[in-house]
Design a binder for this molecule. Structure first.
Ligand SMILES: [Zn+2]
Length: 185
């Protein structure tokens, strides 16, 4: 994991959110800290009943991208992301190394996986759309001539571009486009 400094964190946000993030971190609001495949995940207790879910990914020279389940999508990191990053500076041993997602899933039975996916779709209903999309390398209905619904893909691309215009997050757009291209093969 790349070494980051306090000024790296401040550069990614504004002073107000940096201060709030610091307060959260100091009062111990950062929980469930794990490091998975070099990326960080944590929960941050805030004003809402459920903790906010934060994830941070790293590249060789620093922070690659961050995300949070809160609605603060104004440009830059939210206070929860700031709290997690400050917590990392403070005590990186608190982030427990866990096995990669692929390995965890491989160890589960089909019944467990089905239940898990149902649970995920219940929490994030917008993902139900994925059920209608072919997976890379698999054809969904054997023998039938499947036609691709182009409007779905057009909508995908439109969402990516709109997301970029709002946030200017190039990494996110390029990774979304890559996964779309993979699907098309
Ligand atoms: Zn947040």
């Amino acid at each position: 994991m790349a070494k980051i400094t306090e000024s790296d964190i401040l550069e990614r946000t504004d002073e107000g959110r940096f201060k709030r993030g610091r307060e959260y971190q100091r009062k111990g609001a950062v929980k469930d800290r794990v490091s998975r495949e070099g990326n960080l995940e944590a929960g941050v207790e805030g004003s809402y009943r459920q903790p906010y879910r934060v994830s941070v990914s790293f590249s060789d020279d620093g922070i690659k991208s961050t995300s949070c389940s809160c609605l603060d999508d104004y440009y830059g990191d939210c206070k929860h992301v700031v709290a997690v990053l400050l917590d990392l500076l403070d005590n990186d041993d608190a982030f427990k190394e866990v096995e990669p997602v692929g390995k965890t899933l491989e160890g589960r039975s089909k019944e467990e996986l089905t239940l898990l996916i149902q649970e995920m779709l219940e929490r994030e209903p917008s993902l139900k759309r994925l059920l209608d999309e072919p997976l890379p390398g698999f054809s969904r209905s054997k023998g039938s001539t499947e036609t691709v619904d182009r409007t779905l893909y057009r909508q995908d691309v439109r969402n990516m571009i709109e997301g970029y215009n709002e946030r200017g997050d190039e990494w996110h757009v390029s990774s979304s486009l890559q996964s779309l291209v993979k699907k098309g093969r």
